[in-house]
Design a protein around this ligand. Structure first.
Ligand code: NDP
Length: 412
C-alpha cells in the first residue's frame, strides 16, 4: 500500500513500529529516523526479516531543512511524528514544503512554556488545505482514542452529548517509588500544571490536583483520580455540539504524588533555566536524566490500564448515559512488543491513524483533530490491533461519587 517516515525512536515510536510491521499490508516500507540513529538501528535489527522493508536515518527534527531533505529522499506517503511536542511545527513545515501528509500524538509546545494549546497547529489549516495534504492531530490514546470514542458515541448513541468525563486509570506498578510512564519532562509538565475543565462556555481553573474522586475501575479496582487539564478538551469543546461540560481525570498513587510534591517544592520540576557551575541547565531536564527511562519500566510493570469516556446526553428526548473504555495489561503488552501499556496504548492508535490516512479512509485536506473523522473504521481497527473496547450503558457517574479530601496529608 505505501511508505511511512517515522520520526522518533522512543517508547511510543517503538510500539508503533512493531505494529506497522504487523500491518505490512498497509506499511510496505517504513523509514525510522531519529536524533540517535543507534536506537533506530536497534529497532530495525529486531524487526527486520518480515514483509515490511525497514530503513533508518539520522535526523534533527528541530531543523526544517534536514527534514525536507530526508522527506525528499524517502518520499513517504505520511510522516508519523513520534518525537516530542517541541518538534510538531518544524515537522509540519517540512510536510508543507514537500506536500506530505502528517500525523502526531501530542500538540505543539514551545520549550519554555507549558501551554497545551492547539492554536499554533490550527494556524496551519489553510496552508495544509491549499497544499491538498492531511494533518491528523493527536492520534494516541488521550488525545486520540478518547476523541474517536466521542465521535463514535455521538454518531451511534446520542442526538446530543451534554457531559463528557474522560477517565485515565493506570493501575500498573513498576516497583519504583517514583518514575513516569512516558517522557518524564512532558509527563511532569502536564501534572504539575493547574487543573482546568470547561463548563457552560467557560474554562474553570483549579489548583494542581485540587479535585479528587475515588472510582472503581473495571479490571483494576478502586483508584484515586484527580482532575487535570488535558489537551483533547480544547478540541472536543469545539467539535461536540451541545456540550455543557467536559472534564479529564487521571489516577495517581500516593507515592507518586508525594515525590512529585517534594520535587516541586525544591524546584526540580521547574522549566526556568538556572545557572549551575557556569552552565545553564533546566531543572526538569536534569530530573529527566536521573529518573528511570520509561522504556526500562516494561519488564517490571504489572497490572492494567483502563482508559475511557463517560458520556451523558439525550437520545430521542430521553436522558442517556454511555461508558466506553479499553483495558490493557502491562505484561501482555511487554510480551508482545517489549513495552508497557502506556506506550502500547499510544503506539497502537498512532499506527492506526497513519493507516487511516494512507488507505484513504481518512482523507481530507487540512488540519484536523481525530474526532473530526469518521470513527467507525478506526474503531474496527482498535479491536483488530490489540486495543479492544468495552461498552457499559449503565455506568457509575463521576457526579454520583462523594467528594473527597483533596490530597493525602503528606502531600500538602
Ligand atoms: P521518548 O522520550 O521515549 O521518545 C522521544 C523520541 O523522540 C526519542 O527517540 C528522541 O530521540 C526523539 N527526539 C527528540 N527530539 C528529537 C529531535 N530534535 N530530532 C529527532 N528526534 C528527536 O518519548 P515517548 O515515546 O514517551 O513520547 C513520544 C510522544 O508521544 C510525545 O510527544 C508524547 O507527548 C506523546 N504521548 C502521547 C500520548 C497520547 O496518549 N496521546 C501518551 C504518551 C505520550 P533521542 O533518543 O535521541 O532522545
Amino acid at each position: 500500500m505505501g511508505k511511512a517516515l517515522i520520526i522518533g525512536a522512543g517508547g511510543v515510536a517503538s510500539v508503533a513500529i512493531h505494529k506497522c510491521v504487523q500491518n505490512s499490508e498497509v506499511f510496505e516500507e517504513i523509514c525510522i529516523a531519529s536524533r540517535t540513529k543507534s536506537k533506530c538501528d536497534a529497532l530495525k535489527a529486531k524487526l527486520d526479516g518480515g514483509k515490511t522493508k525497514i530503513t533508518t536515518a539520522q535526523v534533527d527534527a528541530d531543523n526544517v531543512d534536514e527534514l525536507i531533505a530526508l522527506i525528499n529522499e524517502i518520499k513517504p506517503d505520511i510522516v508519523m511524528n513520534l518525537a516530542l511536542p517541541y518538534q510538531d511545527l518544524t515537522i509540519m513545515d517540512a510536510c508543507l514544503a514537500t506536500k506530505t501528509n502528517y500525523m502526531d500524538t501530542a500538540n505543539y509546545e514551545p520549550e519554555d512554556t507549558a501551554k497545551f494549546e492547539y492554536k499554533w497547529q490550527w494556524d496551519y489549516r489553510e496552508r495544509f488545505e491549499k497544499a491538498g495534504i492531511t494533518a491528523l492531530l493527536g492520534s494516541g490514546f488521550d488525545p486520540g482514542v478518547t476523541g474517536v470514542f466521542s465521535a463514535y458515541a455521538l454518531k451511534h448513541y446520542f442526538d446530543e452529548i451534554e457531559y463528557i468525563d474522560i477517565l485515565d486509570c493506570n493501575g500498573g506498578d513498576h516497583g519504583y517509588p517514583f518514575a513516569t510512564n512516558f517522557n518524564p519532562e512532558i509527563n511532569i509538565r502536564e501534572v504539575s500544571a493547574n487543573g482546568r475543565y470547561w463548563e457552560n462556555g467557560e474554562w474553570i481553573e483549579t489548583k494542581p490536583m485540587e479535585i479528587k474522586r475515588g472510582y472503581n475501575f473495571s479490571e483494576v479496582g478502586e483508584k484515586d483520580m484527580y482532575l487535570l487539564y488535558h489537551e483533547e478538551l480544547e478540541s472536543l469543546v469545539q467539535n461536540m455540539p451541545g456540550l455543557k461540560r467536559i472534564r479529564f481525570f487521571m489516577t495517581f498513587g500516593p507515592s507518586y504524588l508525594m515525590h512529585l510534591k517534594a520535587l516541586e517544592n525544591v524546584g526540580m520540576t521547574s522549566i526556568e533555566p538556572i545557572e549551575y557551575e557556569g552552565k545553564q541547565i533546566i531543572p526538569l531536564q536534569f530530573l529527566k536524566a536521573i529518573l528511570p527511562d520509561p522504556a526500562s519500566l516494561g519488564p517490571r510493570t504489572v497490572g492494567k490500564t483502563n482508559i475511557g469516556c463517560i458520556f451523558k446526553g439525550k437520545k430521542d428526548g430521553q436522558d442517556k448515559t454511555y461508558y466506553i473504555y479499553n483495558v490493557c495489561d502491562h505484561q501482555e503488552c511487554y510480551k508482545e512488543v517489549g513495552s508497557q501499556a502506556v506506550s502500547y496504548t499510544t503506539g497502537v492508535p498512532a499506527m492506526i491513524g497513519a493507516a487511516m490516512v494512507m488507505t484513504g479512509k481518512w482523507n481530507k485536506p487540512g488540519v484536523f483533530n481525530i474526532e473530526e473523522f469518521d470513527p467507525d473504521p478506526f474503531m474496527e481497527e482498535l479491536n483488530k490491533w490489540g486495543l479492544p473496547w468495552v461498552e457499559d450503558f449503565n455506568p457509575v457517574l463521576v457526579d454520583a461519587l462523594p467528594e473527597e479530601a483533596n490530597q493525602p496529608e503528606l502531600v500538602r
